[in-house]
Design a protein around this ligand. Structure first.
Ligand code: DQA
Length: 145
C-alpha cells in the first residue's frame, strides 16, 4: 500500500524549534524511521513538508489519482485555521489519521479546536514523534483489515 505523510508549517524546524515542546529529533529522523517501518512491511511511504497551504492542498489533489491508500497528517498551525485544507482532504476521499507532537489540549485555547479531528479516523496528540509511528501502525492495520 501507499501511505502519504504530510507535515504542515514550521515542522521543517523540528530539532531546534522549541525543543521543550517538540523534542530534539529532526523531521528527517522521523521521516527516515517511518520509511524503514513501512518498507519492512512491504509498503511505500511518501512524505511532504510545506510551509505553504497551497502546496499541501495540491499534494492532496494529486494523492487520489496517485493511488494513495492512507494519509497521516500533522497540519501544524493549519489545524486551527484551514477550512481549505480540510476541504482538500475531504475531496481526496482518502482516510487519514491526524497527529500532533504536543498535547494541543494542554496548551493555549486556540489550539483546542481542529478543523480535521471530526473527519479523521483517529487523532493522536501529546506523545511526541512516537505519535507518527503509532499512526503508521494503525494505518497499516486498517489497510490490512
Ligand atoms: C502541532 C501543534 C500546533 O498547535 C502547532 O501550531 C504546530 C505543531 C504539534 O505537532 O504539536 O505547529 O501540530
Amino acid at each position: 500500500a501507499t501511505i502519504l505523510v504530510l507535515h504542515g508549517p514550521n515542522l521543517n524546524m523540528l530539532g531546534t524549534r522549541e525543543p521543550e515542546v517538540y523534542g530534539h529529533e529532526t523531521l528527517a529522523d522521523i521521516n527516515d524511521r517511518l520509511h524503514r517501518a513501512a518498507a519492512d512491511q512491504g509498503h511505500h511511504l511518501l512524505h511532504l513538508q510545506s510551509n505553504a497551504e497551497y502546496e499541501l492542498i495540491e499534494r492532496l489533489h494529486e494523492a487520489r489519482s496517485e493511488g494513495v491508500d492512507y494519509i497521516i497528517i500533522n497540519p501544524a498551525a493549519f489545524t486551527h485555521t484551514s477550512v481549505a485544507l480540510r476541504d482538500a482532504i475531504l475531496a481526496s476521499d482518502i482516510p487519514f489519521i491526524e497527529v500532533h507532537l504536543s498535547n494541543v489540549h494542554a496548551r493555549e485555547p486556540f489550539r483546542h479546536h481542529s478543523y480535521f479531528s471530526d473527519i479523521a479516523q483517529g487523532v493522536i496528540c501529546g506523545l511526541g514523534s512516537q505519535g507518527y509511528d503509532l499512526a503508521l501502525q494503525a494505518a497499516l492495520h486498517r489497510i490490512h483489515n
